[in-house]
Design a protein around this ligand. Structure first.
Ligand SMILES: [Zn+2]
Length: 314
């Protein structure tokens, strides 16, 4: 099975010098030995900018994260493939390596300069979450809604992302920002780590209408392992699969994936019952137990995201 995980924050520990991906760590959720045990074929690594670098130093901080990512790619040529194109992703799978996709979580990283999106693309960034939780130069985040959609700069940035072949990630966007992104982009969108608001009413989750809209555009909604977004009644592997089942019911089997948020949550932030990426098979096992056909499980665990990444990255 080719598992693709749409979101992790492992670069935080890498940049802090707390983790090298080659070595199995007792802390956190992701390193190469555990990715292998979990059967993960491709992992999105996000650069997330701490608030202390705002405003004004976010682009430099993003570059430091990107440098940390490069150092891991260079140190692990036998295990990692830096995925910048569809061919890179196919090569990672063919060679049995882990495809590593570089991402930015939060358009704060541009420091308000639209041209930075082109610079980050040239450095290999292939996905950007337009906002993090706060309002930024591009639009409102989910925890900071003012009712406005994308700003003028935000519109320019998502249009540039479309033109260059970067994945536009709507997770963390406020509702108005979400619909504004829909309006100003074309082709598939990805929600890298969001659950169903119909099951648990949380601003970081997506309404059925939003899920339908992503599906209509050929995109993928990635259920996340974050306990506060699953909700107290769904804080288990079974509850996570409840969210997945609902997303499939609304979006269709071709438009659901997973985005763990490993290393982006504290000890109590992760779904109960799962310890780290080596437990990804637990989601597969629960879907099998419920009788979902194997090709459907493969679609949810990775094929859908691989299809959309290949389509957008070209
Ligand atoms: Zn996040």
């Amino acid at each position: 099975m080719f598992i693709v995980d749409a979101h992790c924050d492992t670069l935080i520990d890498v940049l802090a010098g707390k983790r090298r991906l080659a070595d199995e760590s007792k802390g956190g959720h992701i390193d190469i030995p555990r990715l292998k045990r979990g059967g993960v074929g491709a992992q999105v690594f996000a650069a997330w900018i701490e608030r202390s670098y705002l405003p004004g130093s976010a682009a430099r901080r993003a570059c430091q994260y990107i440098d940390a990512f490069y150092s891991e790619i260079e140190a692990n040529p036998h295990d990692l493939v830096f995925v910048k194109t569809a061919a890179d992703l196919a090569r990672a799978e063919a060679e049995g390596k882990i495809g590593a996709i570089l991402a930015i979580e939060g358009g704060e990283a541009l420091d308000g300069a639209v041209e930075m999106i082109r610079i980050f693309y040239r450095l290999g960034v292939r996905l950007m979450t337009i906002t993090w939780s706060d309002r930024n130069e591009l639009g409102d985040g989910a925890y900071d809604p003012t009712g406005g959609g994308l700003t003028k700069a935000g519109v320019k940035v998502v249009q540039e992302m479309n033109r260059m072949g970067m994945v536009v990630d709507v997770s963390h966007a406020a509702d108005a920002t979400f619909w504004s992104i829909l309006e100003h982009t074309h082709g598939p969108l990805v929600a890298s780590h969001s659950n169903s608001r119909a099951l648990f009413n949380h601003p970081r989750n997506l309404t059925d209408k939003q899920v339908e809209a992503i599906a209509a555009r050929g995109g993928v909604v990635c259920a996340t392992l974050v306990a506060p977004f699953l909700g107290p009644a769904y804080n288990s592997v079974s509850g996570l699969v409840d969210h997945i089942d609902h997303l499939v019911k609304v979006a269709g089997i071709e438009h659901v994936g997973t985005g763990s948020d490993f290393d982006g949550v504290g000890p109590d932030g992760l779904v109960a019952g799962m310890a780290d990426t080596s437990d990804m098979g637990m989601i597969v096992a629960e879907m099998r137990r419920r009788g979902r056909p194997e090709h459907g499980i493969e679609a949810i665990m990775g094929r859908n995201l691989a299809r959309v990444f290949a389509q957008i990255l070209g």
